[in-house]
Design a protein around this ligand. Sequence first.
Ligand code: PMV
Length: 345
Amino acid sequence: MNLKGTVCWKSPSNIALVKYWGKYGRQLPKNPSISFTLSNAHTFTEIDYEYVENVNSGPTLEFAFEGESNKAFGEKILNFLNSISDELPFINSLNLNIRSHNSFPHSSGIASSASSMSALVLCILSIEQKIKSLSEIDLKKASHLSRLASGSASRSVFEKIAVWGKTEFVPDSSNEFAVPYLDGIDPIFFDFHDDILIASAAEKSVSSTAGHALMNDNPYGSARFQQANDHMGAIIKAMQNGDLNTFGKIVEKEALTLHALMMASDPPYILLEPNTISMIRAIQTFRKEKNVPVFFTLDAGPNIHLLYPHKNLEDVKALKSELIKLCIDGRIIEDHVGNGPKQIK
Ligand code: PMV
């Protein structure tokens, strides 16, 4: 059987509340993590495919990012597809033309591996669905395969809130894949805002891959992995109780701990910018003075994620007009908790 067609998915980024930092084996996390799935920050991936049943010498692929052929990304994708072809042998019979773009501007300092890799995997599973006439895509499998490409991508597959990594606080949790986590959570967290404040659009001096590796010899490593697991228990309880203060305390501690771990690595490094610190101070002062539940988190970079409930949208405007002055070219990406990936074709 030969088959031709086009598949297309839009998949969002996510922001970790308890951070995954440190891994072992084949992309397995040293601690559990929990994240908000975002909406506006997403990758759109479209693939024209040709499946030639009796030819197993593939896959072949062409890859264009933001409308331009990109060999380096193409090679990365080819390596990834080869690495999962033992699980999905039909991959060896595919010729692919992949076109991908992000909703957020290129070099905005936003990591895109979670959205791009989950979009790619969902497209590949859509092709499998067509070849095998499957009724639906198994999201657990999508999460597992996304994880193999980029750990945090495992969480982007699910709407609103996802947990990745084995923890006693989430019974069906696993190191192999993420699970959605909505049961018992106070709905205030289902439409939380996340405004991404761009403190620098420069490429990171140390990649996440290198940062994870440095956790192997970090002197605070084992204490950190224990802390992350304890934070999972505490943040889940806070989110079930709608306890914004405890939620915010843990989220901010997680962000600062992540960067403290980088500063305590060998060699040590700093990804924060002076404006990141100024923004943190402005947020903390505003919260204290106005008594508004607005918090920050960071991923492995200098940009601030400003988190607050939808009901406080108006209250936070005054703070945002201060923070925008500290952003590169006044850049803010306004985002919120979203409904997960969407199949376009
Ligand atoms: O998925 P990776 O390998 O890019 O690592 C992501 C690490 C953090 O963004 C810092 C934390 C997380 O859990 O997403």
